[in-house]
Design a protein around this ligand. Structure first.
Ligand SMILES: *[C@@H]1O[C@H](CO)[C@@H](O)[C@H](O)[C@H]1NC(C)=O
Ligand SMILES: *[C@@H]1O[C@H](CO)[C@@H](O)[C@H](O)[C@H]1NC(C)=O
Ligand SMILES: *[C@@H]1O[C@H](CO)[C@@H](O)[C@H](O)[C@H]1NC(C)=O
Length: 244
């Protein structure tokens, strides 16, 4: 534990911090979760804050001996300079719909081939991680994701990437549908690559399962039903650049 924590602390100090904006739609009751370290275990209830991390790196760097591991696992060589990962920490409120954004222009060379994939992670004994998912390379950049955090009795079980089969970009000429699941922009259209589009990354977040009192988390159900009224509509900066 101490080792893992020391390693993570070191990484967090070394990394280039990216600007994060958390847009919380509803404000509510107070936090009872005092775990702020993404590599520790916790049990949550509705309205708690919940800390998790997202690591950006090459796809291979998330694997050890052909097995995908949590970035908290020190068997991954994520801390070595050559991998040069970027980590972002978020603390959304449980069961509220949030939009996490990572400002592309405030980070020196994002996206690039070194950090083309991302993994969301939290926990130690009950370590959960998402599958590594493609974000960007020199040809394509995906700017919008939906992720669901699934809990059972307050313990995080899994991170799920949810995809709409490119429904949100069908008919928009500036987008390309990758693998019939993700809407991508050409990286050359991004502002930090000489284009005009703000390619900041947006991750719409929702929750499913149950909290430690067995209360059902509903926000994923709400997002699934309101899909066409994506949170991006509330975020005018991105809206302008994403729909143009
Ligand atoms: C890697 O995986 C193989 C096959 O599963 C296993 O035999 C080997 O012991 C593993 N190596 C390490 C270092 O864990
Ligand atoms: C990103 O950062 C730049 C420079 O700091 C700023 O001008 C821009 O408005 C930011 N974009 C978003 C979407 O926050
Ligand atoms: C970028 O990613 C796309 C989709 O995954 C892939 O088809 C393409 O070959 C990649 N291009 C480069 C230069 O890595």
């Amino acid at each position: 534990m101490a080792l893992v924590f020391a390693m993570m602390s070191k990484i967090f100090f070394l990394i280039l911090m990216m600007m994060m904006v958390v847009v919380t739609i509803v404000t509510g009751a107070k936090n009872t979760n005092n775990v702020y370290d993404p590599c520790s275990d916790t049990k949550i209830q509705k309205q708690d804050g919940f800390t998790f991390g997202i690591a950006f790196s090459s796809k291979e760097s998330f694997f050890f001996n052909d097995t995908a591991l949590s970035p908290c696992d020190r068997r991954l060589s994520l801390s070595t300079a050559s991998n040069n990962p970027q980590l972002s920490l978020f603390r959304p409120k449980v069961d509220e719909i949030s939009l996490l954004t990572i400002n592309a222009s405030s980070s020196s060379s994002f996206p690039d081939n070194q950090r083309g994939y991302m993994v969301a992670f939290a926990g130690r004994k009950y370590a959960a991680r998402s599958s590594p998912t493609f974000v960007a390379n020199s040809t394509y950049t995906i700017t919008s994701f939906t992720m669901v955090l699934e809990f059972q009795k307050g313990t995080l079980q899994n991170f799920h990437w949810k995809r709409d089969g490119c429904a949100s970009c069908s008919g928009k000429s500036s987008f390309v549908c990758l693998d019939k699941q993700d809407c991508a922009i050409r990286t050359s259209s991004c502002k930090d690559h000489g284009g005009s589009v703000d390619c900041s990354l947006g991750i719409q977040l929702a929750f499913s399962g149950t909290d430690k009192h067995d209360d059902v988390l509903n926000s994923w159900y709400e997002v699934a039903n309101l899909r066409q009224y994506s949170l991006y509509g509330l975020y005018s900066n991105l809206k302008n650049s994403l729909t143009s």
